[in-house]
Each structure stands twice: as C-alpha cells, then as structure tokens.
Design a protein around this ligand. Structure first.
Ligand code: ADP
Length: 250
C-alpha cells in the first residue's frame, strides 16, 4: 500500500514540475522578502499560465509592488524560487539575467518614465537599441507596434505633445517591442481618467487575444481587475484570496 502511495506521490510531483517548466509562464515558489525585521513578502507562491491575465489587488503597503519586482527580476527575494517560461531566473548570472529580462519581460508602470526629449518612436526603440538591434529594423518594429496600439499617426510626437492615455500607450508599445513572453504592469491606469483607463484595459485584452501575451498587473481599478482571468488579493505580504473571474478562459 505504502509503495502505491509513494508511486502516486512521485507521479504527481513530476507532473507538477513538468507543468512548472512547460505550462506555467510564471512559477513562483515560497517567496520571502524582508526589510530588517519587517517581512514585506511572506511565503508567496503563484502560478500563471501562458496567455493568462491576472491581477493583484489589495491595500497600499500589502507588498504588491515588491512581489511584482521580485517576479520580474528587478529585486531579489531572501528566499524562494521564480521560473519564467521554465527558466530559473534568479539563479542566472547578473549579465544573463539582465539579457533574459530585456528579452522576456516587459514592464509598464503608473508613471510611464518616457524620455521627454525623445519622440514616441525613439522611446519605443530604446529597448531594441539596448539589445543591439540595427537602426532600420528598430524603427520598423517600433512603427509596427505603435500602429498596433493605435498610435500610427503620432510617431514623431514627443511625450509632452501626447495625452496621458497616448503616453501610456507609448509605454505599453515600449514594453511590447521586444516581444516579451510576459508583461508586468504596476498600476498601469492609476494615472488615467476613466475613458483612457477603459481604452487601455481593452488594449490589454486585444493584445492577449492577438499575440497571446501573459499579463500580471497590480491595480486598484475594480473594473480592470474584473476583466482579468484571476484576481489575487494580497494583504500583509501574503496572498489571502484568489478568485477566478466569470469570463476566465482558464
Ligand atoms: P504595495 O505595492 O502593496 O503598496 P509595497 O510592496 O510597495 O506595497 O511595499 C510594502 C511595504 O514594504 C511597505 O510598508 C513599504 O514601506 C515597505 N518597503 C518597500 N520597499 C522598501 C525598502 N526598499 N526598504 C524598506 N521598506 C520597504
């Protein structure tokens, strides 16, 4: 009897590991992050499937941004494991990790951090230039992605000549231009009026449906959270609730 139980345990453990490597876009296991004696992220485990859009909600100070920075490779946990597309990102050497991040993860923040002196197309070219893509190809890809996000007519505009919603679309185009597997967004519509926020929400869904991007986003916007496949609630450094939305495709 014990042998049969052991065999089943072995079988399910292997299925889980294979899923972590091949099926989950993000697999985070027991992440812990402390600042001196304060535990900001307290044993968080999280799986996100390819093409899934998940939101992380919760009160300010719950640890949402810290968690997103850790799973995006911008910050290191004290312990735990993160796999993106099967790659154990935290254990890559620093240079390889930076390259992996630039190629596989796109970031969108509430404050878009566009370079004010650069035009829309130049801002979108920046991640390609960092990667060493040639000028002609970079301009062609940046044009294509700006057209995808509805800014084909604004290529040469500087950020100050664009509306808040348009600036955020440029930031989204910049996050997408390297064709990342996963996009991490921290309050992407926190700075927008409701009409612009709604149009950015629809853009995320359109991008997922067209290109199969995976999105992990922090939001205080209930309407945006309700459009995602799953909603995780964080409190005091832990995920305390997980709800599948009615429209979930997963
Ligand atoms: P949220 O995104 O949910 O608002 P954060 O992840 O930004 O929460 O922050 C969680 C807690 O961790 C906050 O109390 C914040 O003050 C603290 N914190 C974040 N970064 C640091 C840091 N670099 N040093 C010390 N405390 C930090």
């Amino acid at each position: 009897m014990n042998k049969i139980i052991a065999r089943f345990a072995w079988y399910f453990a292997h299925i889980y590991i294979l899923k972590a490597v091949f099926l989950f876009m993000l697999h985070a296991d027991n992440l812990i992050k402390k600042y001196s004696t304060f535990t900001v992220v307290n044993g968080v485990s999280l799986n996100v499937e390819k093409g899934e859009i998940v939101s992380i909600v919760g009160p300010s100070g719950a640890g949402k941004s810290t968690l997103l920075h850790i799973v995006g490779g911008l910050d290191k946990p004290d312990s735990g494991r993160v796999r993106i597309n099967g790659v154990d990102m935290l254990h890559l050497p620093a240079k390889k990790q930076a390259h992996f991040r630039n190629s596989n993860i796109g970031f969108v923040f509430q404050f878009h951090h566009l370079l004010p002196e650069f035009s829309a197309i130049e801002n979108v070219c920046v991640p390609l230039w960092i990667k060493g893509t040639g000028k002609k190809e970079a301009l062609s890809r940046a044009t294509e992605i700006l057209e995808t996000v509805g800014l084909g007519g604004r290529l040469q505009h500087k950020p100050s000549e664009l509306s808040g919603g348009e600036q955020q679309r440029v930031a989204i185009a910049r996050a997408l231009v390297n064709k990342p597997s996963v996009i991490m967004a921290d309050e992407p519509t926190g700075n927008l009026d409701s009409a612009n926020a709604q149009s950015v929400h629809e853009l995320f869904l359109q991008l997922r449906d067209t290109f199969g991007h995976t999105f992990i986003m922090i939001t205080h916007n209930e309407a945006l959270a309700n459009m995602t496949d799953r909603i995780f609630t964080m409190r005091d450094g832990k995920i305390v609730d997980e709800v599948k939305s009615l429209n979930s495709r997963f």
